[in-house]
Design a protein around this ligand. Structure first.
Ligand SMILES: NC(=O)c1ccc[n+]([C@@H]2O[C@H](COP(=O)([O-])OP(=O)(O)OC[C@H]3O[C@@H](n4cnc5c(N)ncnc54)[C@H](O)[C@@H]3O)[C@@H](O)[C@H]2O)c1
Length: 246
């Protein structure tokens, strides 16, 4: 058991990569807080895990709202008494070419994908400092490292996550907290479900492993960064993308 008795808070865990991580973490002995905006899916996933004998709690949250995040942390602490692992995984896309991108879509992606990561980390860190240890993992993206057509807003937020991760790794290392990011490549979730088949095929042909990522591929990287196996890994961006970016 790689996460025995650890408490992990995973944002965006009602679907896709976040849910794969919640499942992987409980299998390794963690208690998991499924923190998500989507109440129906979040409750469903909580019940699914509980029925299988795992310890899971759904908390409804909008990561872009400070008050909502404060409430999420309060509820989590009152249930489990601590948070050992924070995975800042919640994210959205509102794609458009630069000249067509609406100001509100630019702002909303920054609010969720960037300010959301700031809000959650700022609220959770004091509890990690108090116990003298913790693991923070935030989800960047290939788009944030190399850019991507139609993703001005998303690439900006995902690049900013790299900067925040390195800053926090420097600020919090001395407090016993490891801070790292994962940069997934194209992964089979709802987020890419609307991408036309032709585009998917052309993506696959550019990936040395010749396939898209599965949510479990990314969840396994989160697991490594959440476990003791990564105790000397700090401030890194782990690319999990089949080799598309080299
Ligand atoms: N799928 C990909 O190809 C890919 C590639 C690179 C990075 N990522 C990143 O991986 C992470 C997970 O994405 P996914 O592919 O599993 O997407 P997904 O759409 O399947 O899941 C995202 C989850 O985040 C939740 N969410 C959205 N806004 C929220 C908010 N304001 N507050 C709380 N929860 C909110 C959604 O309800 C959903 O459950 C995201 O940060 C995404 O940007 C995904």
């Amino acid at each position: 058991m790689r996460l025995k008795d650890r408490v992990a808070l995973i944002t965006g865990a009602a679907n896709g990569i976040g849910y794969a991580a919640a499942r992987r973490f409980v299998e390794e002995g963690a208690k998991v807080i499924i923190a998500d905006y989507n109440e129906a899916e979040g409750s469903l996933k909580q019940n699914e895990l509980i029925e299988e004998g795992y310890d899971a709690l759904f908390v409804q949250v909008d990561v872009s709202s400070k008050e909502s995040v404060q409430r999420m942390v309060e509820v989590s602490i009152s249930k489990y008494g601590k948070i050992d692992i924070l995975v800042n995984n919640a994210g959205i896309t509102r794609d458009a070419m630069l000249t067509k991108m609406k100001q509100e879509d630019f702002q909303q992606v920054l609010d969720v994908n960037l300010t959301g990561v700031f809000n959650c980390t700022q609220e959770v860190v004091p509890f990690m400092v108090e116990q003298g240890k913790g693991k923070i993992i935030s989800t960047s993206s290939v788009s944030g490292i190399y850019g991507n057509v139609g993703q001005t807003n998303y690439a900006a937020a995902k690049a900013a996550i790299v900067g925040m991760t390195k800053t926090w790794a420097k600020e919090l290392g001395r407090k016993g907290i490891n801070v790292n990011a994962v940069a997934p490549g194209f992964t089979e979730t709802n987020m890419v479900a609307t991408v036309p088949e032709k585009v998917i095929e052309s993506m696959k042909s550019m990936i040395p492993l010749q396939r898209l990522g599965k949510p479990e591929d990314i969840a396994n990287a989160y697991l490594f960064l959440a476990s003791d196996e990564s105790n000397y890994v700090n401030g890194t961006v782990l690319h999990v993308d089949g080799g598309i970016m080299m």
